[in-house]
Design a protein around this ligand. Structure first.
Ligand SMILES: *Cc1c(COP(=O)(O)O)cnc(C)c1O
Length: 400
């Protein structure tokens, strides 16, 4: 394979150093909207195809003594379709590299598997339920200590730090209470303590929030959600700033094997093309639904960072470009009233997950089970791309 072709596959949009990167823009000053449409989309030199080829091959030709001839050897190490996706995610988040996994949880586990036994991790208190389960069920056996803290309280963070603290793990906006954490302030504390800061950026997507530009060291996505965007593919990714961490993650992924398949990579890359447009509409619809719910007498509280009354509104305005399509609300009364609303919607679908084109509603306490800290009268919405008036009308008829 010629050198020219190798460059093509590693994504030419990105051939540029971090130093010249403009914050909020990708390589060569391209804007995020352009990166989303074009990154990893280099034209296939063999055919001229615009749609990236889907390479299903698990193995690639090498020389008689295993000499590298081409850029690839075995699919679990890396493969061409996956590399395109990684280039696109790296540029959208503005990192050194992206590493894609078979699910968001696989990406999360890989991060924790890079830590040495004896390390300490601080998790923010309102995080995705399976992160809690991961910490509870697996970290003790790996010799990793963890604590869960309210990181809106910077004193609580300072108290929780130990000499062995290696990682601070936050989610903002959080699931399901839509809490906002100040990435810059927490990043500052992490740096002083010699710990790394991970931001789970699944709810915001790189279009609305770019944690690496705010001082985070790594970003996690469940690409199953907004990045894929169509409720038809499972995936996860990590975007990192440091070569050292990248090397560790690549080793964990290759040896433990939770790598993204070529087809999943292809679908997620396809999803990224429309991510900026979708996030704009998700945000507009989310805002319309939140505003209508806030004015409804049957609703006790609405948790949406776009509402001026939300306690995290000012921080969200500083660190986000829009407020997204996720929100939750408390139904006046209790569990029964909330379940009644969930049973009366006609357009919203009762389903878990988020970030697809269709609007979903979920009684989060039922989904999360015994460990759940979600209020019993809380309903979570993933507001999709339908007409906002139809969505509001559906909720209002369910709430009467
Ligand atoms: C869904 C989700 C995850 C886990 O991702 P999977 O792809 O389901 O493994 C992690 N974090 C957040 C915020 C999520 O919503």
């Amino acid at each position: 394979m010629s050198d020219k072709r190798k460059i093509t596959i590693t994504s030419s949009l990105t051939a540029e150093s971090n130093a010249t990167r403009v914050i909020g823009r990708g390589p060569r000053g391209l804007r995020l909207e352009t990166i989303a449409v074009r990154a990893g989309g280099e034209i296939d030199l063999d055919t001229g195809a615009l749609s990236p080829p889907l390479h299903l091959s698990t193995t690639f030709e090498h020389g008689p003594a295993s000499e590298a001839i081409h850029q690839f050897r075995y699919a679990r190490e890396k493969n061409p379709t996956q590399l395109r996706l990684e280039g696109a995610l790296r540029d959208l988040e503005g990192g050194l590299a992206a590493v894609v996994f078979s699910s968001g949880m696989a990406a999360a586990a890989a991060t924790l598997q890079t830590l040495k036994p004896g390390s300490h991790v601080i998790f923010s208190d309102d995080i995705y339920i399976d992160m809690r389960n991961l910490a509870r069920d697996f970290l003790p056996a790996w010799g990793i200590h963890s604590s869960i803290e309210n990181l809106q309280d910077m004193d609580a963070l300072a108290r929780a730090l130990r000499p062995s603290t290696k990682l601070i793990w936050i989610e903002t906006p959080s699931n399901p209470l839509m809490k906002i954490l100040d990435i810059q302030s927490i990043g500052h504390v992490a740096r002083q303590a010699g710990a790394q800061l991970l931001v789970d950026n699944t709810f915001a997507s790189p279009i609305l929030q770019r944690p690496l530009t705010l001082g985070a060291d790594l970003v996690l996505h469940s690409t199953t959600k907004y990045c894929g965007g169509h409720s038809d593919v499972q995936g996860g990714c990590l975007v990192v700033k440091s070569q050292e961490l990248l090397d560790k993650l690549l080793n964990v992924r290759e040896i433990l094997g939770a790598v993204a398949s070529p087809f999943a990579s292809w679908l997620i890359l396809r999803g990224l093309r429309s991510l900026p447009c979708r996030m704009e509409r998700h945000s507009a619809n989310g805002s319309a639904v939140a505003t209508a719910l806030a004015a409804c007498p049957a609703v006790e509280t609405v948790y949406y960072p776009g509402l001026p009354a939300h306690p995290g509104h000012e921080v969200a305005r500083r660190q986000m470009k829009g407020f997204g399509g996720m929100l939750s609300f408390l139904v006046r009364g209790g569990r029964e009233e909330a379940l009644r609303v969930a049973s009366r919607v006609k357009l919203f679908v009762n389903a878990t997950s988020l970030g697809g084109v269709e609007s979903l509603i979920e009684h989060r306490a039922s989904n999360e089970g015994k460990l759940s800290r979600a209020p019993q009268n809380l309903l979570r919405l993933s507001v999709g791309l339908e007409h906002p008036d139809d969505l509001v009308e559906d909720l209002m008829q369910a709430l009467v």
